[in-house]
Design a protein around this ligand. Structure first.
Ligand SMILES: Cc1cc2nc3c(=O)[nH]c(=O)nc-3n(C[C@H](O)[C@H](O)[C@H](O)COP(=O)(O)OP(=O)(O)OC[C@H]3O[C@@H](n4cnc5c(N)ncnc54)[C@H](O)[C@@H]3O)c2cc1C
Length: 574
């Protein structure tokens, strides 16, 4: 009998042990000498080159020794693995993901039918909400338990969480804008060391390289490079400069930073939504190449899907725990040999807290609260979040938005050359898209922070045409709102889009800061036997214990956010 062993396992495991396992030689090429296996599955296809199969898993469980075990395969996993291997390509890394391989790319980059595979279809909720939380009418976004995590569905807006300008900003920087921008801090309550890291000069530069982030006015794609972006940016700036529009509390604005991914060609040239899947598999492939060199120039990554991490056990000299000794998984226990393996819980904040709560006894939880810099402090005692509102509108652009200009009708391929001051009009032959970002504070409500992601689309007159088939209409809609939109979740329905030729459509996602002192907690729910969901989550946005804020400050902020969004978009229609 032969057993297939993923060849790269040899580089990671003890060679003496592996040599006792027989390796497959037969590939049944071309149906000779027998037809060979007839029912490949997604898992068997992916396991061949990218992920570990059953035999390899067995070897890892029996014999694997790793520098890092990364749990989860979303942004957090990508960032850790990218940086760890940049510092040392020989690091031995095992990635464990609870889900399987599903979408190879962000769902908006996939063919038309995948637009129906939106986040809610695959969203899971690995928690139980308390009755008080539900009474507050809260909906919490869930988890995406597949390879790539939520990155296959997210909305690619990538603002900086903490002041400071990125080194990618150049000409458009306004000194006044800069002063206010530095006052923003969406990391309030985060551990100090994390805030310090985010302030380092290269932090955002590296993060933006990893996610291919670009300001919307620099995206080299004809649908983004139009006067629409300039008009929105100019218009929003006028709210800060005592112009004709006043947005209460607005402090700074900029072309939105979007994670545009690596362009691959049509239907768009320089724009697509970034997902982690391609990047993780590319790093995997790169490490395979390094490992195959003679002598090897790096170690391969081992990626195992369909493995749920349940909890871990710790040990250390004199009963003082210093490291994890075993990970309990849905595919059996994994022993962490040598006491030097880092376990990185890149599972999203709430699943990571669930794992910690199920792993640490009371003494350790207290220790984690007081001394462990890398453990949540205190575990499960406070949830940070932002809340979100959506506002959609459309307006017929006035003369200052649409100017009669022959250059507006230049073909798409030369449009990119006409985006300086020359391009003054909205194109009449194709839709164009913009993305802007506006930040403000609620001055009468503890200066709580809000920000608006503004996505504009101009559909030229006659774009949808008469007599188009249903499929043709669906394709046009898909191109506009699936392939090109930064945020598919906030767009219009096909019916609304069809009746909007000649309009500028605006969809705004408004996000507000969750006030200090908001009652929130995660507690173990011992009656649930599933250790990955045995928690109760409590969040009450209707009150706050902070004496510096009104009791209902979140609800007040919510109202301010909506007013700051509704009011300004009445103006350009005039
Ligand atoms: C619809 C939507 C739109 C969004 N838009 C934006 C946006 O525009 N800008 C922005 O900055 N953020 C946005 N977000 C949030 C952003 O997507 C998340 O903050 C980010 O994806 C979190 O990355 P992560 O790696 O921490 O976790 P995740 O992406 O959740 O990845 C965690 C992975 O861990 C796996 N896992 C969980 N538990 C276990 C376990 N016990 N064992 C093994 N594996 C496990 C999961 O299956 C998952 O693959 C959006 C989110 C959603 C849902």
């Amino acid at each position: 009998m032969t057993a297939h062993v993923n060849s790269k396992v040899l580089a990671v495991l003890d060679p003496h042990h592996v040599s006792s396992v027989m390796k497959s030689t037969s590939t049944f090429a071309g149906g000779y000498p027998v037809p060979g296996p007839q029912s490949p599955t997604v898992a068997t296809a992916m396991n061949k080159d990218c992920f570990v199969d059953e035999n390899t898993w067995r070897l890892i469980a029996e014999n694997g020794e790793f520098d890092d075990i990364v749990v989860g395969s979303g942004f957090c996993a990508l960032a850790y693995i990218d940086e760890a291997l940049r510092l040392d390509p020989f690091r031995k890394i095992l990635l464990l993901e609870r889900g399987g391989f599903w979408l190879p790319d962000h769902f908006q980059n996939l063919p038309l039918p995948f637009q129906f595979v939106s986040h809610d279809v695959s969203e899971t909720f690995p928690w139980e909400l308390t009755s008080e939380t539900v009474k507050g009418n809260l909906y919490l976004n869930g988890s995406s338990p597949f390879f790539g995590g939520r990155s296959s569905f997210w909305s690619i807006w990538s603002p900086h969480a903490i002041g400071k300008r990125a080194s990618t900003d150049t000409d458009t920087v306004d000194p006044e804008n800069e002063k206010t921008r530095d006052k923003f801090n969406l990391m309030d309550g985060f551990p100090k060391f994390m805030k310090e890291i985010a302030k380092k000069p290269h932090f955002y530069k590296d993060a933006e390289r990893l996610l291919h982030v670009k300001p919307a006015n620099k995206i080299e794609d004809p649908v983004y490079k139009s006067v629409l972006q300039k008009q929105f940016d100019r218009y929003l700036r006028s709210a800060l400069d005592d112009g004709p529009v006043d947005i209460p509390g607005a402090l700074c604005t900029e072309p939105a930073r979007l994670a545009t991914g690596v362009p691959i060609g049509l239907p768009t040239q320089g724009f697509r939504q970034f997902s982690v899947v391609g990047s993780l598999l590319s790093i995997n492939e790169w490490q395979n190449k390094l490992a195959r060199q003679n002598p090897p120039a790096g170690s391969p990554i081992m990626i195992a899907t369909d493995v749920v991490i349940e909890r871990f056990e710790v040990e250390g000299p004199g009963g003082k725990p210093t490291h994890a000794r075993v990970l309990h998984t849905s595919r059996g226990p994994l022993t962490l040999r040598g006491g030097k393996t880092n376990v990185i819980l890149a599972t999203g904040a709430i699943p990571a807290t669930t794992i910690l709560l199920n792993s640490l006894d009371e003494t350790l939880k207290i220790r984690a609260r007081t001394s462990g810099p890398l453990l949540v402090n205190p575990t499960g005692k406070r949830i940070t979040s932002h809340f979100r509102s959506q506002v959609k509108a459309r307006f017929k652009p006035g003369d200052d938005w649409v100017q009669e200009d022959a250059e507006a009708n230049v073909p798409q391929d030369v449009a990119l050359q006409l985006v300086g001051d020359e391009a003054l009009a909205l194109p009449t032959d194709r839709p164009v898209v913009s993305a802007s970002h506006l930040r403000g504070r609620d001055e009468n409500n503890g200066n709580l922070q809000w920000h608006i992601q503004i996505h504009g689309t101009h559909i030229p007159v006659g774009y949808h045409g008469r007599g188009l088939s249903v499929e043709e209409k669906a394709r046009l809609y898909s191109r506009l709102f699936t392939s090109l939109a930064p945020d598919n979740g906030d767009t219009l329905t096909p019916e609304q889009a069809e009746n909007s030729d000649g309009y500028v459509l605006v969809s705004c996602s408004v996000l507000g800061e969750h006030p200090k002192g908001t009652p929130s907690q995660i507690e173990l729910n011992q009656s649930n036997p599933d250790v990955t969901t045995n928690i109760r989550l409590h969040l009450d946005l209707h009150t706050t214990s902070s004496s510096a804020l009104p009791k209902d400050s979140a609800i007040k902020l919510w109202k301010t956010m909506e007013e700051s969004t509704y009011d300004p978009f009445g103006y350009p229609a005039k």
